[in-house]
Write a protein that binds this ligand. Sequence first.
Ligand code: ADP
Ligand code: ASP
Ligand code: MG
Length: 407
Amino acid sequence: MALIVQKYGGTSVGSPERIAAVADRVIRWRQKGNDVVVVVSAMSGETNKLVALINAVNPIGSEREKDAILATGEQVTIGLLALALEKKGQPARSYTGGQVRILTDGAHTKARIMDIDGSAIRKDLAEGKVVVVAGFQGVTADGSITTLGRGGSDTTGVALAVALKADECQIYTDVDGVYTTDPRIEPKAKHIPVLSLEEMLEMASQGSKVLQIRSVEFAYKYDMPIRVLSSFDETDTGKSTLVTREDEVMEEVSVRGIAFNRDEAQLTVQGVPDRPGVAYQILGPISDANIEVDMIVQNSGSNSTTDFTFTVHRNDYHKATQILARTCEVLGARAWEGDESIAKVAIVGAGMRSHAGIASKMFKVLADEGINIHMISTSEIKVAVVIDEKYLELAVRVLHQAFGLSS
Ligand code: ADP
Ligand code: ASP
Ligand code: MG
């Protein structure tokens, strides 16, 4: 008997009919002799509604209270799915993150999972029940409800699969796998049957929201393959994508896919005295405020001053500008400026390790379209650039075409 963890996203549980379809699929997997643990997201649109309510009442209020609100969407879905299973004759039991005891740190709205107690789930499975767990949420050691960041149900799914030593971790969504880029932006995007966890990690960290980055980090760290499938294929035999260890990926291509992200904003401090400790003085207060920094560029300028540019999530932009204004005064910097209308585009592929000239080809393709590059960041298997947001879709399409990814 195998243990399967299945995660269903918002669209997949977006209506009573979709929830009934999920129940049918879960029962099919049970009937094939598997134990099944199901992780569900809030019904599509529900978390956005909760965010809007928070913003209408007190957008700068306590993050602990925000989490108490944000976590309610998933609580509805677990109950509904358990009821749907029960109606179809399959005993089931729902759990919130706190009831499982998905223990997290206290970083409200972007908490990290520290530990999962699988004992209650194992007991239910042994009694023939299907266990339904709320995604996206956990609890701190002192009992406060936390959430794991947008898209966090993926992470609940993978973390549970790891904790329970599941045989398979299936992520059901509204596409039948991972594509060479977001098929909503580029209809010529091609389906990828198998890709490595390393490549998916870069795709996700560069903005491909088909899997939350932390879910891929978990899978990578604990060597748990992920299968991405469509919940709209009722045959269980359609296409899917297996995200797995690199040595199991047969085909090596130079560029696997194009990722992009509109959620960042750029901040620049101009005319900072060029002396040791400046980067720390600028970014220390930012990180103390729990703001994650993505790209960083420092140019050594003239007159022993330097310009320092970095990007943060757009949600953190206003908080970051306030901190930066204070830092500017302390450092005696000339000025600072911010830009919220930027976007990041990245090409990703394990084959870049052995293929030279990929980055320069990317720069030429963008230059030919007159697209100016603000920042560049590279790793072994990706090249990412920051450009003006208005060129994003154009950049994705021309790169997709130029690297031979279009179908
Ligand atoms: P869920 O609610 O099931 O978690 P998400 O909306 O979070 O679903 O993720 C699925 C979406 O991810 C797709 O509808 C697609 O638009 C988007 N997406 C972005 N990049 C990719 C990619 N490279 N391949 C497939 N889908 C992608
Ligand atoms: N419901 C949460 C969100 O919308 C978590 C998830 O869908 O994964 O971000
Ligand atoms: Mg998602």
